[in-house]
Design a protein around this ligand. Structure first.
Ligand code: NAI
Length: 673
């Protein structure tokens, strides 16, 4: 395809214009661009303005493919050798390789309302084309933030970071941004000096968010070397990351996220518009869910039993926003706008105008049914009725309404305003339009929506059961609490199973067991004895661990290991030293095995949806691709063989799922999709 690159001189500025969109750029187009830059410079241009919207949106394939990478390299070299300052006009913002080309220019002007975004680190790669050197010697924190998050970064905010010199209103300046181009000088020289403290801060940040990630470590190393970052070193680092299995795993996760949005038989166009929302229950989850709506620009009314409960909820919301403002991730003005979208009430009639309601009262079927009976009375007949239940039967909740096809699960994860997973649970009667609306809401909330079937625990919590059970069994068999957690942290999870149990609280199960009077299993006895000592977990300052003043840092407690040994003895268990490999296998294989069952029963649409669920909802390390992808890397046949060995000693719990056996015997992958 011919790709026009036009040039003209307007009021002393040499303009190079190419309007091909990002997906239509070719190597020949890049060559013409190089000629145009060189020729303008040779002709004595005072300033060169690059108005090529698609160029600045070139995707990562332009770095991954060697020929494309070489082509982009020639453009960057032409920009670098030009004596005239080259000014990038980001008419549609910039992303990925396009952003790196923009960063090589002397200055950048962005159209108002556009964003900058880099998926480089998210895909397990490091920047190329000299960008690492530019980060190190210039932008530091700002560029690092952009690279780290992978999220769209408003061009207006990038002005504070000197990544964008000014924003223009398309159409106001003719040609676009002309007067600004005339004003702006070769601004790269005017970048603020690097603040060593800030540099340390973002180095720490890269280190923290990149735990176990090769690309983060490689980038840090490049940036911390004393000499300038050479192109050779940068190139070697890029190739190293490109060839590493982490890049493939992260690519799998990115592809899986996009796939999760597609539900066979559900056209996204069926989604009903959502202007107003309601939330019932203003506790931990209700408050967070209200924030999700407000953050997405949707007006929301929160209902609870009384003013005191509403006030508690409001305070938590205000505190969360205050933290964001303090961190600098939210402006005070934006906070006020979001808070203004949240209203509270004790009256059901105030929910009548809402297009969607999410119920988040206590986890009790009778209570939820009573709430849904009220909702079906007051809400419009076409409103979406969602429950945030973490495990109750959606159909039982739906049966009390007049419109079970409008009833759906929208299972948020705690803290709802932070966690990026939304499990959308389809009941027997849930309509395609209801699913499309809920999936559309996930997207507006910048979450990954995953469709789950209506089974106990849905996808995520259903898989978790075997994982937690094995953690409990491992310590009875002789492993230490801190050992089990350390093994899973080393694998890449943000916390181990016992830290997780301490976080969610041990008392709920204890109270339930006291109420039903059933004889507890040995692992339950451990939990019960901890609770009898008022060790309920983080909230009471102790559980499996002791916690300091801030209730965050877990301190291993030998008395807990002694208590576990005592219970094991009473139960007649033989204890032994447990190797770390066994800890890892016994925790991970139940996830994988149950994942195969979920898949077999059609409770997840595809294996990659289970991966997305675990990466976004449970902190499974993205660079390992999720449990099902990880299983494929280990080899499904190997897992089946190990499960059979474990079943020979440990019984039916370990019996390999039929689908796992089938796939192991066939292609060795889950992904028939
Ligand atoms: P919570 O105890 O913090 O809040 C429940 C709120 O519901 C309280 O403010 C209470 O006053 C209110 N409420 C109770 N009965 C009500 C009624 N009849 N009408 C209006 N409001 C009423 O509970 P949390 O943790 O927020 O959980 C809520 C739901 O979310 C449960 O179904 C739970 O299973 C689910 N969930 C909880 C998660 C968590 O980590 N806490 C994660 C995902 C789901």
């Amino acid at each position: 395809m011919s790709q026009a690159v036009n040039t003209h001189i307007t009021r002393g500025v040499d303009w190079i214009e190419a309007d091909a969109p990002a997906d239509q750029w070719t190597l020949a187009g890049l060559e013409r661009l190089v000629e145009a830059i060189d020729s303008a410079d040779r002709g004595g241009a005072a300033k060169i303005a690059l108005h090529a919207p698609g160029l600045f949106r070139l995707g990562l394939e332009w770095a991954v493919d060697p020929d494309f990478r070489a082509g982009v390299g020639t453009v960057v070299a032409a920009i670098e050798r030009a004596r005239a300052p080259v000014i990038a006009l980001l008419a549609e913002g910039a992303r990925d390789v396009g952003l790196e080309i923009a960063v090589a220019c002397s200055a950048r002007l962005a159209a108002e309302g556009t964003t900058l975004q880099s998926n480089v680190l998210r895909h397990g790669l490091v920047p190329a084309f000299g960008t690492c050197g530019r980060i190190r010697d210039g932008w530091g924190e700002g560029a690092a933030l952009l690279l780290l998050s992978g999220r769209p970064f408003p061009a207006a905010d990038a002005q504070h970071l000197a990544l964008v010199q000014a924003c223009y209103r398309p159409g106001d300046d003719e040609p676009n941004g002309l007067s600004l181009v005339q004003e702006v000088s070769g601004a790269n020289a005017a970048r603020p000096a690097l603040d060593p403290e800030a540099t340390d801060a973002w180095r720490r940040r890269i280190g923290r968010s990149g735990r176990g990630r090769l690309a983060h470590q490689v980038l840090l190393k490049l940036l911390s070397e004393a000499s300038p970052v050479s192109r050779k070193a940068e190139n070697a680092a890029f190739i190293q990351c490109l060839n590493d299995p982490q890049h493939r795993a992260l690519l799998h996760v990115a592809t899986a996220e996009a796939k999760a949005a597609q539900v066979p038989g559900v056209d996204p166009a069926l989604a009903e518009p959502v202007h107003r929302a309601a939330v019932v229950g203003s506790g931990t989850m209700g408050g967070g869910i209200a924030m999700c709506f407000a953050d997405a620009g949707i007006e929301v009314t929160v209902l609870d039993l009384d003013e005191a409960a509403l006030e508690r909820g409001r305070q938590v919301i205000e505190r969360n926003y205050a933290v964001a403002v303090q961190r600098g991730s939210l402006s005070a003005q934006e906070r006020d706008a979001r808070l203004a979208r949240i209203r509270t009430t004790t009256e059901y009639r105030d929910l009548a105008q809402a297009d969607v309601v999410v119920e988040a009262v206590f986890e009790d079927l009778g209570l939820k049914q009573a709430v849904f009976a009220r909702l079906t009375d007051v809400m419009r007949p076409d409103a979406l009725l969602a429950t945030n239940t973490s495990g109750l039967d959606i159909d039982r909740i739906g049966e009390v309404t007049r419109a079970p096809e409008r009833v759906i699960g929208m299972h948020f994860f705690s803290p709802a305003n932070v966690m990026t997973l939304l499990e959308v649970v389809r009941g027997a009667n849930t309509s395609p339009a209801a699913i499309a609306t809920a999936m559309g809401l996930a997207k507006r909330m910048e979450k990954v929506g995953v469709l789950a079937g209506n089974c106990p625990g849905f996808i995520g919590n259903r898989l978790l059961r075997g994982y937690i059970q094995q953690a409990n069994e491992l310590v009875l068999d002789g492993a230490l609490v801190a050992q089990v957690d350390a093994v899973l942290r080393d694998f890449g999870l943000p916390m181990g199973p016992f830290q997780m149990m301490d976080l969610t609280g041990l008392d709920v199960g204890w109270r339930a067991r006291k109420a039903n009077g059933r004889e507890p299993a040995p692992s339950e006895r451990v939990h019960d004895r901890l609770c009898e000592q008022e060790r309920f977990g983080q909230k009471s300052g102790a559980g499996f661990y002791r916690y300091g003043e801030d209730r965050r840092v877990p301190v291993p407690d030998p008395s807990v290991d002694a208590l576990i040994a005592e219970v094991a003895l009473e139960a007649g268990r033989t204890r032994r030293d447990i190797p770390d490999e066994e800890v890892l296998e016994r925790c991970l294989f139940p996830l994988i095995n149950e994942g195969a069952r979920v898949l077999e029963e059609g409770m997840a649409l595809r294996a990659s949806d289970i991966d997305v669920t675990y990466v976004h909802g449970y902190g499974f390390p993205a660079h390992r691709g999720g449990p099902m992808y990880h299983a494929e890397q280990l080899g499904l046949a190997h897992i089946v063989a190990r499960l059979e060995e474990l079943a020979a000693e440990g019984g039916a719990f370990w019996a390999p799922a039929p689908l796992l056996q089938q796939r192991a015997a066939a292609e060795g992958t889950f992904s028939a999709d």
